[in-house]
Write a protein that binds this ligand. Structure first.
Ligand SMILES: Cc1cc2nc3c(=O)[nH]c(=O)nc-3n(C[C@H](O)[C@H](O)[C@H](O)COP(=O)(O)OP(=O)(O)OC[C@H]3O[C@@H](n4cnc5c(N)ncnc54)[C@H](O)[C@@H]3O)c2cc1C
Length: 446
């Protein structure tokens, strides 16, 4: 037994950990050690990847590339491969993952099980839109081959299925062609949510990546930084010879030892004293970068990946992330109400991310993305005060007919989960009876 935490570090319970390294042995290990749960790289914030005092099947040892077709961009790999390893191997060959979240330190299995989204959701959908098939080990000892034509229902339950339908052993992914590792970016400060929505709407057709950071302590005067980017083609990049030197410097930096948060401070470094000046300083600093620029895809897309263990700065009690999506109709009012509730509570978030999702339904029965606007906030765990604020935010999300993201959740009430995920009973029929998680017990009863 050993202690395991998720990314929010809200708990550190003992787990009976079984390391999976050989795909031929996955099904026998599951059958011998059940009920259990797959654990990828633990980048989920709450309890979706935890099974306290029970079995946990660790997948990062399943890290082999199996096949790649350079003509079509189809990649077959084991499910414990990190997205970063795919990107670093294939970008120099002219291929990239179509969708990645705000960190690339996650596994392919974790990306499928949470059907993760990126900054380009409005353009290309979520991770699952590019998964062609998977092999799925069940705790009965069988291994099933799934795809969208032969087994559409189990495929749709497994995508975004929170690891509850089986362990994904391998996956076939569709990569996309890319001309260079460079992005042409534009940074635009904005004042108020109306301006945010205008920018989001105006960017939807011409910009592949859009995201914004918002100062959630500023209340009615909500101000933020809108960022948008497009991949650069090979000729565009070639026309900028200075980029070669920047790329060499970037490669040197990524090969050297990454920075690390060296210890867990006794108290959260994110508190009432540090948040307001931090948010103000961040806004002013980013404002200076207004206008067009060129960025390598790694620092633009994964700004936190170079500071290892940054989650330790929240201190020994850890932190919550609260990510909601609400429909566009009424979305502005709902987001404003959430910002007002946060400003009134004094419980600020230092990383508030606001983005619109595209007008497309996800393929997974429990996938999070849906048409609308999504707000993600980090709150240091201050016990009851923090939970009360999140209850107030729940009421706003419930009224706006939105939902919360399970990859980030550790405390949502069951009624909000059931209201937000109407395909839940359809999903239940596809569960593997030998799999259970802290989240499934909390929200589904088993
Ligand atoms: C800095 C940061 C930024 C983030 N940004 C985003 C973002 O922009 N968009 C977004 O969508 N998410 C985002 N996330 C969340 C993250 O992408 C997801 O939580 C992701 O699922 C984590 O993958 P993992 O490999 O660490 O899996 P874990 O967190 O270990 O597990 C996640 C789920 O996947 C299941 N699972 C893992 N492997 C398998 C497998 N082989 N078979 C079956 N089930 C499996 C687990 O049981 C669990 O239910 C972010 C997280 C961080 C830390």
């Amino acid at each position: 037994m050993k202690p395991v935490s998720a990314w929010g570090r809200l708990s550190n319970d003992l787990h009976d950990v079984h390391v999976l390294t050989d795909r031929a042995h996955v099904a026998p290990v599951l059958a011998a050690h059940r009920p259990g749960l797959a654990f990828g790289n633990g980048r989920s914030y709450g309890d979706v990847c935890l099974n306290p005092h029970g079995h946990l099947w660790h997948t990062t040892g399943l890290n082999k590339f199996m096949a790649f077709d350079d003509a079509t961009g189809r990649l077959v790999c084991e499910a414990g491969v990190l997205l970063r390893d795919i990107q670093r191997l294939f970008v120099p060959r002219g291929w990239m993952l179509p969708v990645t979240p705000g960190t690339q330190l996650i596994t392919v299995g974790g990306a499928i099980a949470n059907d993760v989204h990126g900054k380009n959701h409005h353009a290309v959908g979520s991770f699952g839109d590019h998964v062609l098939g998977v092999s799925l080990a069940r705790t009965t000892g069988e291994v099933l081959s799934l795809d969208w034509t032969q087994t559409p229902a189990l495929m749709s339950a497994t995508l975004g299925g929170l690891g509850l339908t089986g362990v994904i052993v391998t996956a076939e992914l569709q990569l996309r062609r890319v001309g260079s590792p460079w992005l042409r970016t534009e940074t635009l400060p904005y004042q108020g949510l109306t301006e945010f929505f205008e920018l989001a709407d105006a960017s939807e057709h011409d910009w592949e990546h859009t995201v914004s950071w918002i100062d959630c302590l500023a209340g009615q005067t909500a101000r933020g930084i809108f960022m948008r980017a497009n991949p650069m083609s090979a000729p565009q990049a070639a026309a900028m010879p200075s980029l070669k030197a920047v790329l060499a410097a970037h490669q040197q930096k990524t090969q050297s030892q990454p920075l690390r948060m060296p210890f867990v401070p006794p108290l959260s470094l994110v508190n009432g004293l540090s948040l307001k000046p931090f948010n103000m300083a961040y806004y002013e600093l980013q404002k200076l970068k207004s206008g067009f620029d060129v960025a390598h895809y790694e620092p633009f897309s994964y700004p936190l990946d170079n500071l290892q263990d940054w989650n330790r700065m929240y201190g020994p009690r850890g932190f919550y992330q609260y990510q909601s999506v609400v429909p566009r109709e009424g979305g502005q009012l709902a987001v404003q109400a959430m910002l007002d509730a946060i400003a009134a509570s004094g419980e600020g978030s230092f990383l508030a991310v606001l983005k619109t999702f595209g007008n497309r339904e996800a393929k997974g029965m429990l996938s999070f993305p849906e048409p609308g606007v999504t707000l993600a906030l980090d709150f240091p765990n201050r016990g009851q005060r923090t939970l009360q604020l999140m209850d107030r935010l729940d009421a706003i999300v419930r009224e706006a007919k939105g939902r919360l993201y399970m990859a980030k959740d550790a405390r949502m009430p069951r009624d909000l989960f059931e209201a937000g995920y109407p395909r839940l009973s359809e999903f239940a029929a596809h569960r593997d009876a030998g799999i259970s998680s802290a989240m499934s017990r909390r929200l589904m009863g088993v």
